[in-house]
Design a protein around this ligand. Sequence first.
Ligand SMILES: C[S@@+](CC[C@H](N)C(=O)[O-])C[C@H]1O[C@@H](n2cnc3c(N)ncnc32)[C@H](O)[C@@H]1O
Length: 199
Amino acid sequence: MYVDGFAGPGEYTNHPIGSPLAALTAAQHAIELTGIRWIAGDVHCAFIEPDLERYKNLEQKIGSFDKPAMIVTHAYPETFTRGLESLKKDIPQPFSSQHPLFVFIDPFGATGVPFSVVAELLKSPCSEVLINLDADGIARIFQAGESAAHEKNLNEIFAGDEWKPLFDAGDPFEVLCRKVLQLYKTKLGHRKGSIRVSI
Ligand SMILES: C[S@@+](CC[C@H](N)C(=O)[O-])C[C@H]1O[C@@H](n2cnc3c(N)ncnc32)[C@H](O)[C@@H]1O
């Protein structure tokens, strides 16, 4: 099961291939290259996008993608958290058993990805997440304070208030961004498995 939690429209005026099409193409190539040695069964690709205009374009791009029968697509016009719930109802196995699960989390900005959801995804021993973490955006929420509902948002982003004693209003912005990344890594480190970070 491959999930693109922030799928976007599937194409851009300055770039023809959005992440959903890149994933479908990669799956198609893997299946073609493996040929009759492919024993993994169906590859489910789920795409979540709440913006209806982008979703419509995405649906059209996915629909016109010429794919082998063993690639099965699912699309949800919902937010990441709601779309995941819908997907879990439709296909529960990858979320509760040993079926492989890969979730790509590529939001605009810092909100919409509660750490509790990430932790739940990582409960399975064969799940993996790729997160584009907006450390700058998270640091800006802290600096904006009440006007950015910082307490509620940061508690959701980190699933708790461990950020409180660590982040200091006097921290230079870059220091704050590094603290955000460090805390996120520490929280991920409490999960089993390995973490790789690229900045
Ligand atoms: C950075 S773009 C995704 C780009 C895409 N991964 C790509 O490479 O083509 C983020 C997308 O997330 C959508 N989005 C905004 N809030 C969301 C939410 N709460 N849950 C899921 N998607 C959301 C936006 O409409 C936008 O299309």
